[in-house]
Design a protein around this ligand. Structure first.
Ligand code: ADP
Length: 659
């Protein structure tokens, strides 16, 4: 198979005078890999892996240009004099071009010295704890000069271009938006006036660098009241284009009030941003970049062929697989590890304090883990993996990649494990893309897969493998214990209408009835999945949780609000800071978590079905039996410690990488 069908996305292009080998861009995104305003080896290694994987252009994450708006990278940090050129050298070597976001948060940031944030007016930002001060002309001039200095330095340090971050509600967008620009001077009022700050920034930046250094902007329609619509931004872009001030326009979506739209999760369709980006990009002559959960070169190719844009952002797709471009060029797009849009590792940072990836154990730690570091086995061992969920399949895959002889036994008639159940909830079917990919890879790599094969200790002994890896998953705990009130387990748990989320999705209940209560002790997506599934079956659902907010553990994966938006349609209610007290036939008695035992501050909620979601127990029965017989085994995934999917992948990967 050749790559002749990627006729557009692989065609080299120019942004300003910068030549780019293909149309695949990695737009700026927070990694939390920089430290103290400086580049780190982790940041370089992360981007270098994608440069080696064939990406044409990367835009490095936000660099604060002024002390009153600190960022992960700080333009005025003297350490960058040495580190930034070093990063450029490493990223340029494989042929990737590199732009840098220049950033000022305005009212969503806090100055380093404790003074108030600066903004167009004194409207508070969503994340700031104090009201900003409206910028004086002197502050405006100082800020513009700081952008220009930063751009000049970037060119000196070997960068190829700068992107002025005027999207996502940051300072330039605060000047543009009526909802936070209340000025009555030449920077407020008409759109022309509100665009003045951004235009002056671009003029200053343009004047501080040579023509070989690209200068562009990032903008985003936000869809909030008195905010920025696509047609406002098109007018602004035309003002900029008419003055020849930008070499590119990168069109994103959303701001802090609509964070969930900036990085749309698996509930958003591919191209979900196009509705608001194409009305801008289609009318500009300057090169444009769009994004929106795209995952393949094929999709990118079609967009460019349609004339929708000039370059396409593939961010999460290349976090999931750094080699996406090269694998596709080689005719093996089907081997690209798919992003499932869960946002847990890349956005939510649920796996580590910095960027990670649920499907790619090596993302954000390229010097420690990942397929590129797998060493061929020095001695070919017979490896027995038990359990065909993500942990078991990833262990089998990595062991097989290294040349071991691998058998994988799975009790059920199909692979996928817990992901198969999780994928049954509305909007979550995409989770299976990962396990289907793992399945396809382990067959491709020659793993001997034995389905419908329950292994007990005798079976394991009979197999006589050199290494045994247990990935047998977890079992729900149905003891009614809630962490807020552990001494008062819910009574009535052992009735037939009370199920775990596994039980619900496995269809344990023939008749769900008309109403349901989901009691969520865990706070992650499992409770959301159960509630939305029940709503989709036409039930009235009450969500009872001890947590102070709805699904807090997926808040930063930007899932909670999006789920509420889908579910808040008249049949859904929440009771936060609440616990179950007693389950009766047809109802659940609940109380606030802070009510003392025996208190009569209770509420009775109708419930034909009750789902209890708690922290699962590892299924260690087989492990304990093997150990008691003096055999050795390694446990990975939920069977080790049940938690987010990404941990299962990581542990499976490490097990396979170290056999
Ligand atoms: P993880 O997320 O850690 O991979 P899962 O719960 O997704 O865990 O997958 C565990 C898999 O192990 C399930 O598909 C289950 O059927 C399988 N399994 C559990 N015990 C055994 C056993 N003794 N023999 C074979 N397969 C098993």
């Amino acid at each position: 198979m050749t790559n002749a069908h990627y006729t557009h996305v692989l065609t080299p292009t120019r942004i300003g005078n910068v030549e780019i080998k293909n149309r695949v861009v990695r737009p700026g995104h927070a990694t939390a890999l920089p430290r103290m305003g400086d580049v780190t080896e982790e940041l370089i290694a992360y981007h270098e892996a994608r440069a080696k994987g064939g990406v044409g252009l990367t835009i490095i994450e936000i660099m604060g240009i002024h002390p009153c708006g600190p960022g992960p990278l700080l333009a005025f940090n003297p350490a960058l004099e040495e580190s930034y050129p070093r990063m450029m050298e490493r990223l340029h070597r494989p042929g990737m071009k590199v732009f840098q976001q220049l950033w000022h948060p305005g009212h969503v940031g806090m100055p380093l010295d404790g003074s108030p944030p600066w903004s167009a007016s004194d409207v508070p930002g969503l994340t700031a704890t104090v009201a900003p001060i409206p910028m004086t002309k002197a502050m405006i001039d100082e800020t513009i000069a700081a952008y220009a200095t930063a751009a000049r330095n970037l060119e000196r340090w070997g960068g190829d271009g700068a992107e002025i971050h005027a999207a996502h509600g940051y300072l330039p967008a605060q000047f543009l938006s009526l909802n936070c620009n209340k000025r009555d001077d030449e920077y407020g009022g008409s759109l022309e006036n509100r665009a003045r700050f951004l235009i002056e920034v671009l003029e200053a930046v343009r004047a501080s660098v040579s023509r070989d250094f690209a200068v562009g902007i990032r903008i985003s329609p936000d869809g909030i009241a008195q905010g920025l619509e696509a047609d406002d931004l098109l007018r602004v872009a035309r003002m900029i284009e008419a003055r020849g001030l930008a070499d590119f326009f990168n069109v994103s979506l959303g701001n802090y009030q609509t964070l969930r739209r900036i990085v749309g999760g698996m509930h958003e369709p591919m191209g979900y941003e196009l509705e608001t980006s194409l009305p801008i990009t289609r009318h500009l002559k300057t090169p444009t970049i769009v994004l929106g959960r795209f995952r393949t070169l094929e999709e990118a190719d079609q967009l460019i062929r349609n004339g929708d844009c000039d370059l396409v952002g593939l961010n999460r797709a290349t976090i999931a697989d750094p080699d996406l471009v090269n694998k596709s060029i080689a005719g093996h797009a089907e081997q690209v590890r798919p992003c499932i849009g869960c946002n847990q590792g890349c956005v939510g940072h649920e796996l580590r304090p910095s960027l990670g990836c649920v499907v790619n154990a090596g993302a954000g730690c390229e010097n420690e883990l990942g397929d590129h570091l797998l060493k061929p086995a020095t001695e070919r061992k017979r490896v027995l993996v038990i359990g065909g969920g993500p942990a078991g399949m990833e262990a089998a895959r990595t062991a097989a990649l290294r040349g071991h002889s691998v058998v994988l036994a799975e009790a059920r008639s199909r692979l996928g494990g817990a992901v198969d159940l999780a994928a049954m909830a509305p909007t979550r079917a995409g989770m299976r893309d990962f396990t289907l990919w793992l399945e396809q890879e382990i067959y491709r790599l020659g793993v001997e897969v034995r389905l419908s094969t329950y292994m007990d200790a005798d079976d394991v002994a009979a197999e006589g493998a050199d290494v045994v890896i247990l990935a047998t998953g977890a079992v729900p705990r149905m003891d009614g214990i809630q962490a807020s009130n552990p001494g008062e387990p819910i009574t009535g748990m052992d009735q037939p209408h009370v199920v775990s989320s596994n039980g619900l999705f496995e269809g344990e209940l023939r008749d769900l009835g008309k109403s349901a209560v989901v009691i969520d002790d865990a706070g992650h997506y499992e409770g959301v999945a159960a509630a939305e599934y029940l709503l989709s079956k036409g039930l009235d659902v009450t969500f009872v949780t001890r947590h102070i907010s709805f699904a807090p553990r997926v808040e930063w994966s930007l899932m909670s609000e999006a789920a509420l938006l889908r579910m808040d349609r008249g049949h859904f209610q929440q009771r936060l800071r609440s616990r179950g007290i007693a389950i009766k036939q047809g109802s659940v008695v609940i109380a606030p978590v802070y009510a003392s035992p025996g208190s009569n501050v209770t509420e009775v909620i109708p419930a034909d079905t009750v789902v209890f979601v708690s922290l699962n127990r590892p299924d260690r029965a087989l492990f304990d039996e093997l150990i008691s017989r003096g055999m050795k085994a390694q446990v990975v995934g939920d069977c080790n410690s049940p938690r987010f999917l990404g941990f299962a992948t990581r542990q499976g990967h490490i097990a396979g990488a170290t056999v």
